[in-house]
Structures are given as structure tokens and as C-alpha cells.
Design a protein around this ligand. Structure first.
Ligand code: ZN
Length: 284
């Protein structure tokens, strides 16, 4: 199901991160725009060179729909057969927990909606928010462990339907212009929140949907231990030229424990880099 959109590398575009915007969900279901005071410094968003995409032997091509990662050879007794573990992840199927969505990889179809959404019960703020069952179970387990470590968190927003994302994006585009909106808000069909696998979390109202969440106990704990539960901080600091988004320590994405562990062990900062995908700084 590939080939309908380009996966070619494009010239890197340094998108001015003039504003970071917080979507603060109000109790009544409406959304208000808030502008973080730490959003305008931009000091940590200096454009970096785009990731060099290299094809490992045995790795599938980026357009094949399967990203294969060849594990390094393990030390084996001399009389044992050589073992090379290949982990394959389905990055195209929107129902795959390892689907990769970014500005050059929209959901197909654009209006995709997951079938197994459940409420995030047991987590503060989670009763009105939903994720896919597997991701919800993992988030609940992670929340218990984080709370036990003194790093508890609350849920801001999780699943967002195509129509809701469409409303958010058009509302902000009308206020600030499409170009500005695209630096922090996804077009409908391009948001990880639409997969039911992403969630925005927070610990204090002062740092809700703000970079300072990354300095709080919960932000640090999740960055360090999230992979153990299958989560990754999807938009790390200084990776805007790869991910297309400014640093968002609050946005965590469930990818399953296999891929999360591989990313942790491999040391790459982003899913794109780990999977050998082109950088996605901007829409095609
Ligand atoms: Zn988010």
C-alpha cells in the first residue's frame, strides 16, 4: 500500500519555531489556544543536519512497507551457527502499533479510525480520553510504575479523530496562517493522535504542554523508562529537521516493547533515523 506519496528526500527546510502552542482541552470539550512562554526562545531548535539514510544489508527499502533492522551479531560459541536476528516492523498499516506517521507519511486512508479504543481509566484526566487497547494497557502500567517512583502524571489528550484534528488545524490556520500552524499542529490525517497510539501527558499545570515538562520528574522518568513499556518520546529536542516538530517532551507514542527496546538499544533519537526513513521536516 505504498507508492501513492513520495518518500523522496527533499531539501531541508529550516522551519522557524517562532511559537509553540498548547492545546488545552477544556472540560466542556472545547479547546483554547495557549502560547507557552518558553516557546519563543527557540535556542534549542537550531536546525541540525538531516539524518543520513543508509541501507543496511538485508534491510527492506523504505518504500516496501516493512522496515527491517538487522541486529548486530551476538557472541556465539564457535560451533554454533551464526544467528542474525531480524526484526521487521509494519510501518504502513495504520492499524499496526509500529505505523510511522509524519509529514511525508500520512495515514492511509486519511480518515483512518482505530477500532479498539478504550478509556484511560485509572489515570488522572484519562477517563474522558481514549487510546487503543494495547496502548491503554501499557500506559496504565507505566503510570503505576511512574507514580511509585514519585513521577506520576496526568493525561491531557490522547486519541483525536480526523474531524477533530481538522477543526483544530483549520481554527489555528485561520488565526495564525497555515505556515505557522504547520510548525506545531498536524494536518488532519497526519497526526499521531489519530492512530490511537499517542498521548500528551503532564504533571503540573505550569508545565502542561510546555517544554519544562521535560525537566519535571515525570518528564525525566518517562524519557528514561518509557521504552520499558513500549513508549517513546516521539519529538525529541533538536530533531525538528527529522521529525517535523519542535521538542515535545509531553508527547509519547506507543510503538510496542520490541521497537521501543530496539530504539533504546540502537541509540537513534528518532523513529525515522532508527528505521532508515527519510527525514520529514515538512509536508510534500
Ligand atoms: Zn501530542
Amino acid at each position: 500500500m505504498t507508492g501513492s506519496h513520495s518518500r523522496q528526500r527533499r531539501p531541508t527546510t529550516a522551519v522557524a519555531a517562532a511559537l509553540a502552542v498548547a492545546v488545552v482541552g477544556a472540560a466542556g470539550g472545547t479547546a483554547a489556544w495557549a502560547y507557552g512562554p518558553d516557546a519563543v526562545t527557540g535556542a534549542e531548535d537550531v536546525p541540525i543536519p538531516a539524518v543520513t539514510v543508509t541501507a543496511e544489508p538485508g534491510a527492506a527499502s523504505p518504500g516496501s512497507g516493512i522496515a527491517a533492522v538487522t541486529a548486530p551479531d551476538v557472541s556465539m560459541p564457535l560451533d554454533a551457527p551464526s544467528v542474525t536476528a531480524v526484526l521487521a516492523f509494519d510501518i504502513d498499516d495504520p492499524a499496526s502499533v509500529t505505523v510511522v506517521v509524519n509529514k511525508t507519511r500520512p495515514l492511509e486512508p486519511l480518515t483512518f479510525a482505530p477500532a479498539d479504543l478504550v478509556a484511560l481509566t485509572g489515570i488522572p484526566g484519562g477517563g474522558s480520553q481514549r487510546m487503543r487497547t494495547e496502548a491503554a494497557d501499557a500506559l496504565q502500567a507505566m503510570h503505576v510504575a511512574a507514580a511509585d517512583a514519585g513521577a506520576g502524571f496526568s493525561v491531557s489528550t490522547a486519541y483525536r479523530a480526523f474531524g477533530f484534528q481538522q477543526s483544530l488545524f483549520s481554527d489555528y490556520s485561520a488565526r495564525r496562517g497555515v505556515g505557522s500552524a504547520e510548525t506545531f499542529s498536524a494536518r488532519p490525517g497526519y497526526s499521531e493522535h489519530q492512530t490511537g497510539l499517542a498521548v500528551d501527558i503532564y504533571a503540573s499545570s505550569a508545565c502542561r504542554i510546555k517544554r519544562c515538562f521535560g525537566d519535571e520528574a515525570a518528564g525525566q522518568w518517562v524519557a528514561e523508562h518509557g521504552w520499558e513499556y513500549g513508549f517513546v518520546v516521539r519529538y525529541p529536542r533538536g530533531q525538528q529537521d527529522v521529525t517535523g516538530y519542535v521538542y515535545e517532551p509531553w508527547h509519547v507514542r506507543y510503538v510496542g516493547t520490541d521497537l521501543a527496546a530496539a530504539l533504546e538499544e540502537g541509540g537513534a533519537a528518532t523513529l525515522e533515523e532508527h528505521l532508515g526513513l527519510p527525514a520529514a521536516p515538512d509536508y510534500d
